[in-house]
Each structure stands twice: as structure tokens, then as C-alpha cells.
Write a protein that binds this ligand. Sequence first.
Ligand code: ZN
Length: 972
Amino acid sequence: MRTRINQKLGQFVILVCSFMLYSPLFSQNSKPYFQQEVNYKIAVRLDDSLHMLYGEVELRYTNNSGDTLHFIYMHLWPNAYKNNTTALAKQLVRNNNSRFQFAGEEARGWIDSLNFADKKGALTWDYHPEHSDICKVILREPLYPGSSTTIATPFTVKLPGDFSRLGHVGRSYQISQWYPKPAVYDREGWHAMPYLDLGEFYSEYGSFEVAITLPATYRVAATGVLQEKEEKDWLNALSQQNYSHYPKGDSVSEWDKDRIGKLKTITYKQDRIHDFAFFCAKNYVVRKDLAVLASGQNIETWAFFKPDTQSAWKKGAFYVKRAVEAYSEWVGDYPFEAATAVQGALSAGGGMEYPMVTVISAGASPEQLDNVITHEVGHNWFYGILGSNEREYAWMDEGFNSYIEARYMKKYYPDRTFSGALGLPESLNSTYDVHWNSYLMATIHSSYGYQIPINTPSIEMPMLQYGLLSYQRTAFLLNYLAEYLGQETFDACMHRYFDAWQFKHPQPGDIQYIFEGVSGKKLDWFFDGLFNTEKQFDYALSRIKREEHSFILTVKNRGSIAAPFPLYLVKEDSVIKTLWIDGHTGTVEIHVPRLEADQIVVDQGYFSPDLSLRNNRISTRGLFRKAEPLKLKLAPGFTRNDWKALRVHPALGYNTADGLLLGLMLHNYDIQGKKFGYFLMPMYGLGSETFAGNFLMKYDWFIRDRSLKKVRLMAQYKRFADYDKIEPSLNFFFHTGRIDHKKHWLSLSYAEIMHRGIEARFFPSSYASTRLRYNRTKNNALLKERIQGGFTYIQSTGMKHWRAEAIYQRTDKLSKKSKLKSRLYGGWISSNGPNYFDLFSAGSPDVNKDYYLIDRVGNQKAGWLGTNMALMDQGGFMSYNLRADNYLFSLNLEYQYKWYFHPYVHGLLVDDFVYYETGLGLSLGVLDVYFPVSSNVFVSGFPESGKQWAESIRFTLSLNLSSMWNQVEIQF
Ligand SMILES: [Zn+2]
């Protein structure tokens, strides 16, 4: 628990005992553990006029495996920035970022001039068939187990602009993932991987000796220990220098004038690391502090930052110091001589970690900066020292790191609130503490039924799930595990893990092995259930019996993971006893001591990821033991386990049949998803003097481990002055690919529609409409695509008619600022249907009462606003509403350049007649206005008068409550 972290930890006894009990490197993998060693010597020159690196790398590769190697996979990651076909370029598009796609040649990057050779001469090598940022170097002779080879190559790197982790902005440089580097070879074989923005790395340990030549005016922050005394003295002097000495932009401080025009070569050395990065600019402010570990060891901590961010950064070196001390205490001693945080040139991400140096792009409040610095410094442990495969198991570094980071924030910012953690003013929301934030982030996907396993390779993770699962949910689960095991045992596990696996490549099974060994508890439910599957647990308190000395509780697990859970005995809102109950599936009876508790609650403190909070509480007396207090809330909010919210908002509407509508919106919708939802909008029409409204209810069944994610039963009742509609529906939500954002749903619905008043003159008094609809979307930065199909069958006394429709819609991003929107519609109807069931060029009369229309009865009280409102459901042809009683096809093209106005061309085929129109559209979010210019529906091809022109202007409003719901939820 985070509140207990100030207690002195008595972990040492357990540590020493466990050290002797468990052989360090045993795991389930049948092959014995080994790791390769790669030692580098690199010389590189930075040319800051061409933004180029000219380098030479010599690497000594030692094969410690039992296998004979014939080639080595080498990463050439600067090539990720080469063109639009690299894995990086494709991933950026998938994640809705089109900047790289439309970047000019000058902003791109690459690596070339390669000539791999061993001591005897040039080696054969070739690019990976698919990825130009991977190559395969063929060894001259087989590399036998236990032997080494030395490979060298020159290389030239063109530095890209601001797209990901490597690059420059002006003469501020961020040099990372920049040199030819062997892929990891482990028990599973080679791990060659193309560079990605979302999805990190996996590298071999070894030593680095890197000599950097660059203009003497640059201040450099780098991995490793700086060798040159003169440079060290300069940085030490800079760390004492007053802020007023710092120049703006690229210019050089008065202080450094004698360095202008000179080059310097500085050398960094370090062993037991797996990567090397450096960062440089001429105007970095340099600050220094000293971390002191419990062991007495001192570590220099440094901050390099831009002068204009000094208000937040002036304590940067102190934040590094504090982070180094905290992680050393909670995980294991920092093994290097120095740690640095540097403000980066690039905007990508909040920060990025490299051994001994971390780059931070976020320049926010001091508290947020402390948070990011701590996180990135923390990566020295999680991935730097404990070198897991980040690409495959992002949670092993991000999740463990986020857990310790949260502990740090809790210790140094104990009063942080939910809104404070989100960077909003603390005063906005004081109800929820920061722990609530982690609960929400950890459970939001599972609450909507869309959570994938945490242990999913990062290349298969959608961006949002990557963040929420690898970081937040894992950190939250580790906190839950610490609650269950006790903080001391948990910390002993962490130290044991650190000692056993430092400078090695741990895998998930290795962590489980250590946690089970040290704690003496079987943790399959945790490491397998909660990480490898989509399964959940959901304890429900269904019955309570009072006996003489105990309560007998009936507890049902509605999920399928037998996870332990905390049970709280509560009296007048304060906890009188907490019990940890062993996990179970199905229903069991539990005896708990009969104390003076008035309520018994599962996980009152939101420590576990229990799926539904609604069934976690039971009263020990009274009639309605499971009932929770209902609170009226005006603002949208979160689900809690102690009360239910009834959300109330005022509602306002208008249509020509009801006149002005006043009423309320009442619903139980929260930020988290829930299975049962209702949305009631009772209203009163001031014109019609009758009650009206829109009422919806839904129930969801979550289906896990399948592409069918959710089945929803929904019922809607709508009533307005001129009609009633009741419509139950069954909806199926699918997810196809995890990363390509393809989603689809299928809906089967049956509606009874009854008409009154004026509308009964146009429509029959009642009919039934049965519909099958399908909708599929795919979104990325370059293409937004939607396919819809529908079949409608309507029936009333003496008539039966059908209609089939299909729509294909796409938006292509053509350049940085322009888009082309296309829409193709086709509709067919059974012959001899009534007029209202025909197909319409400028939108139907809404036979199924799905849409909001100002004037659906044609009484023209709203004038132009009533008559010229169009629906984008059929033809999308705007200057005239033509009717087809057989078939209708249309093609709509709109070109958008930067500005809201966009020219359009629409074509229409109606029962053998062809029409066209051109015009200018105006998009304002939900409102679109269409101004016609020419069309063959006008006699001369153009509007004959201003009056005819004005009558041909149409607008659409996209407001549709029930489909809006499905839309919002399907975004997950
Ligand atoms: Zn991280």
C-alpha cells in the first residue's frame, strides 16, 4: 500500500534467506540460460552544418550460446526515417500521425557508407528483405560456442527532423538508436526488429568506448563516464555558472568565446550497458547534485536544460538524485557513477531512457517534470539493468517502472489529487485521490469489455491499450500484489529479482519464479490469469447470514480468475477490520468474525481490478441489504462502490410538431463502461402541450478471447407529438485486427412505429420495420474508411416492402493540408412501394425515425430551417430532393483544403436519369451547409434567381443519440 511506504522495510533477513534457497537463473525454458556479449569502440564526428554523423564502429562479438553462428543480424535503425515504406513510417500512419508521410527529403534520415569487415577483409552482407533498417552480416568462418569475432564498419548518418527518438531541431541534437548494432541472440534465437516509435528495444550487454568529435561550444550529455579532465572541469564550472550567462538559441555565451571555431574530442567509457546515446546543444544550462545511497556510495546527478525552462528545471539534478536514491532503496543499488536528465530537442513522447542518461521533452510544472524525470531515471533499473525484451513484454519495464514511480510520487506528493495527477488544477476535483486515477486507468478497458491481455507484444497493441495496459494496469496490479503479499515481502521479491537478473535478460516466467519463491505463494492467478489472458474477476456479495459468532457471506465470482481479494468490515464509514480472502471461482460461503460492522465490502479501497463495483457491498442488517444509496449528480463522473449515481442534466429541444421541448436527461452512464445502462429524456412540448421524450436501455454481455467482443440488447422508446416508436435491437460488436483499428458491428432490430396528427396523413397510422444493418470502419492517418449495408423490411396492414442499401465512404489525406472525401451510395427498393418508402436524393423522410429533424411533418412552421434540412442517409445530392421508386445511385466528392469551405461535385442516377451538381460546402462540426453553384436540375444549369439559389441551400445536422452511443463506445 502506498500509505505504508514510509515504514522502514525489514527486507534484509528475507533477502539473505532467499538468496541461499533458490538457484538464481533457473526458469521454465528448457535451454540453459546464456547471453551474448558485444563490446563496442565507436569514433564519431558530428557535422552541425549538414546535420550528419560520420563514424566508425568496431565491435567484438562473443558467442556464449551453445550454438554455432554463421551470421549476425545487425540493426541499422536510422534507416527507419528513410522513406514511407519503413515499419516506423507505417506505424506512424496506423497511429494517426501523417507528419512523416508528407515530410520533405531534407527532414528524412538514413544510414549508409557501410562496409562490414573483419580482420581479414570485407564481409558479405545484405539488407533484410522487408526492413531496410535491419541487415544480415555473413561471418567469414562459423562462430563456435565460446569464441569471438571482431567486425568493423564505417557509417554515415543523416539526422532526421522531429519524428521519433533520433534527430535534431536546428542545432539541438538527440543522438539515439544511431549506430550499427547486433540484434539479441538468446534461447529463442535472433530478435532482429525494425525500429518503431511505439514499441521499444532489446539489446546485448557489453562495454562501450565512444569518442565524439564536435564543435567545442557544444555541451554534451551522454551515456558512460567522461574521460577528459578538461571537459569535466568545464562542465563542473558550467554547473556553477549564473543563469544570466546563458545565450538564447544557437548563439554562444560570452563565456565560451575562446571555444568558437575549435573542435573537441571527448570520450565516454562504460561497461555492463546495452546502449549508448548522447544529446548536445550550445545553450544547455548545466546543473549538478549528488545522490548518496544507503551503502554509502555517491552518484553524481546532472541536469542539462534550455535556459527558458529553468523555472521547472532548476531542480532537475535534485529530482535525478532523489529518483536514484528511491529506486536504489526499493529495487537495488544504482551501479553506475553518474545519472543525467537532459531536456531533449524532439517532442516525441514525454521522455526516453538510455543507460545513465534520459531525455525529457515535457517542459511542464516542476511536479510533472519531477514525475517524468523519475520515470525515465527509473528505466535505468527497468530495462537498463534488468534488460528484458521491451518490444515483446512492454509491461516488464514500463509497468514495474510505473509502479515504483507511483510510489515515489506518493511519497513526495502525498496530497496529489486525481485532477492534479492529470495536470488539471487541484481544486477541480478533490473527491478522488491519486490512487483513484490509477484504478480508473487500469480498469477502463475491461469495464467496456475491450481489454486485451497485458502480455501482448507491443506491435500488436493499439496505442491507447499500450499506454493503459503496459504502464497503468501493470503498475496498478503490482500495487495490488504488494497489498496482498505485504510491502515487505513484495520489496524482498523486487530485490531478489534485481540481484538475480541484473545485466541479464529476464523473461516473464523468471519474475513469477522469483516472486513465488520469495513469497512462498502460488501466483498463477496473477502472472498467468491477469497478464496472459483477457479473463477478469468480479466478486459479488449475494447473501449474508448472522450467526452467533460470525457472519456467513455468500460470495460469487462472476469472472473466471481465482484472485484473492480484500474484504472490509465497515462501521459508520470507517474500516474496523480488513481480511484477505483466498481466491475462488463460482460461489462459496465465507465465515467472517461477527464484529460490530454495519457493512461488509469487497475491496473498499479500489486496490484490485474487480470488474464490477456494483455488487461489492452488503449491509449486515436491514431489508435492502444490497441496495446502495442513490445520489443525484449533475456532472458526468465515475462508478464507485459506495453509491450509485443518477446523473441529471437539463434537456432542451425543438421541432415543428412539438414546438419548444423542455425536460431532463436522466442516466446512469459513467466514464467507465457498465453492463446495464439507461438513458431517459422525459420532455414536455410547449407547442403540442403533450409529453414527449426518448428512452433507452441496454444490457451488455462481454465475450472474451474472441473477435466478437460484446453482445448488446438494447430497447428504445421515442415519443413525440406526431409519432411513437418502440424498437428492441440486438447488436454484435467485433474487433478484427488489434492494431489496424478495424471495427465492425452488426445490428438486428425490430421497430413498431405509430403516427398521429399531421404525420398520419403522410405515413400509414402504423407499421413495423425490421432491419439488419452492418457497419465497418478502418481509420489511420491517411485513410478513414466506412462501409455500411442495410436491409429494411416494412410491413403494415395490406403491404410489405423491402429496401436494400449500401454506402462506401472514405476520406483520403492527400497532403499536409488537403483531403478528398468520397461517398458512394446505392439503394434498391421493391416495386410499387408507397412514396414515403422511396429513395430520396437529398435524404429520406426517415421512415425508421432514427434522426433528429426540425420539421418532419411538413407544416413549415420553421420555414427554411424546416424545409431545407437534409439527411445524409441516401443520395447526398443537395440542390433538389428527387425521388426514385426503383433505384438510386450517387457519388459525392468533396475536396477540402485547410479551410472550412470545400468545393463539391455530386452525381446522381435515379431511375434512368443522370443528374449532377457542383457547389461549395461549409463544415462546422456537426453542422454542414451546402451552397449550390451549378446543376442540371436548374433549367439553364445555374440557379435562375437569388430566391431559387437560397431555396437550394441545404444543411445537415449529425445528431443521433442511439447510434452516438454505439459510436462512442466502439472507439475503444
Ligand atoms: Zn517508460
